[in-house]
Design a protein around this ligand. Structure first.
Ligand SMILES: [Zn+2]
Length: 291
C-alpha cells in the first residue's frame, strides 16, 4: 500500500511537471503570413455551414439544434476572433459540442485547447494525429523540431477512415488523408438548404511540408506511400461543394466577397479541385525524383 501511494504521488508529480513544462514551452512560430491573423467577416456558406475563420485560416461552424461543431481554430490568438465571428452570426461559442481539425499544425489547432476549455466540447481526431495533438506538435515529423508549437489538446475520441461523427441528424464522414501530417483528414457531409442537398467536402490538401527527401525522414517511414494514397483517394471523391483548410487553397476570395448575398453555387467548382489535386500530384512526383 505504501509503495502504491508513493507511486501514485510520483505519478501526480510527474504529470504536474509535464503539464508545467508544456505550459511553459509552447513556441508558436512568429512572423507568419499576415493573412493568417487578418480578421474576415463570417458568412453562411451553405445551409447550416458557416465560415468563421480568419482571412486565410479557414474555420467552419456547423450549427444544429443539438449543438454545434467547430472545425479548425487558426493560431492561438485567433480564439477571440472566432468567438466574435460566431457571435456576429447570432450563435454562441458555448454551444460548441464537438471540435475537429483537418490537420494538427499550429495554424489550425493553435486555439483548440483554449476553445476546448471554454466550451467543454469533445475533441475528435484522426487517430494518427492524436499523439501530436496531445504533445502540442512536438512529435510532428517536421515541425516538431521547434518543440511544442501549440497548447496540447486532449483527444476524447479517435477517428479512423470512414468513421462518422453525428450530432442530432447531422452526420459527417471522416476521410483519412495522411501525408501533410500523419493524421491529416477531410470531412464529407450532406448539407441542406431551402432548395437542395449539397454534398460538401472539407478537404485537407496534401501540400508538402518538409524540405528533406522523403527517404530521409525515419520518424515517418510511410510518408511517400501516404501522399500517394491520399492523392489517389482524393481524385475518386464526389461532391458538389469543396472547401479546404486554407481559404487560398479553394479560392475563397475569388469566389466570395464580404458583402455578397448567400449563394452556395459559387463554391461548386469541380474543375478548380481537379486542377489543385493535379498540381499537388506534380509536386509529389517532383519530390520523389529528388536525388
Ligand atoms: Zn499544415
Amino acid at each position: 500500500m505504501i509503495k502504491n501511494t508513493f507511486t501514485i504521488a510520483m505519478l501526480a508529480i510527474t504529470c504536474l511537471i509535464g503539464h508545467y513544462a508544456f505550459a511553459q514551452k509552447v513556441n508558436e512560430p512568429q512572423n507568419t503570413n499576415a493573412q493568417w491573423s487578418q480578421p474576415y467577416p463570417p458568412f453562411r456558406i451553405v445551409g447550416n455551414l458557416y465560415y468563421v475563420g480568419t482571412y486565410d485560416l479557414a474555420c467552419y461552424l456547423i450549427v444544429t439544434p443539438n449543438g454545434n461543431i467547430l472545425i479548425n481554430t487558426g493560431l492561438a490568438a485567433s480564439a477571440s476572433m472566432i468567438k466574435e465571428n460566431i457571435e456576429a452570426l447570432g450563435f454562441k461559442l458555448s454551444d460548441t459540442k464537438i471540435l475537429l481539425t483537418t490537420q494538427a499544425h499550429y495554424d489550425h489547432v493553435g486555439a483548440m485547447a483554449a476553445i476546448k476549455k471554454q466550451t467543454g466540447a469533445k475533441m475528435m481526431a484522426d487517430e494518427k494525429d492524436a499523439g501530436v495533438l496531445t504533445d502540442g506538435g512536438s512529435s510532428d515529423y517536421e515541425l516538431g523540431k521547434n518543440g511544442s508549437t501549440y497548447e496540447p489538446v486532449n483527444v476524447d475520441r479517435l477517428l479512423r477512415n470512414g468513421d462518422t461523427i453525428t450530432i442530432g441528424a447531422m452526420r459527417l464522414v471522416m476521410l483519412h488523408h495522411p501525408g501533410h501530417t500523419k493524421g491529416s483528414c477531410s470531412f464529407l457531409l450532406d448539407v441542406n438548404d431551402e432548395h437542395k442537398t449539397y454534398k460538401v467536402l472539407i478537404v485537407n490538401m496534401p501540400t508538402i511540408v518538409t524540405d528533406k527527401k522523403f527517404a530521409d525522414i525515419p520518424s515517418y517511414p510511410d510518408i511517400a506511400k501516404d501522399y500517394a494514397y491520399t492523392l489517389d483517394a482524393m481524385k475518386k471523391l464526389s461532391f458538389d461543394i469543396w472547401l479546404s483548410s486554407h481559404a487560398s487553397q479553394f479560392g475563397l476570395h475569388a469566389k466570395h466577397k464580404p458583402d455578397d448575398a448567400y449563394n452556395p453555387q459559387v463554391f461548386v467548382d469541380r474543375k478548380g479541385y481537379d486542377k489543385s489535386v493535379e498540381d499537388l500530384e506534380a509536386q509529389y512526383r517532383k519530390k520523389m525524383e529528388e536525388k
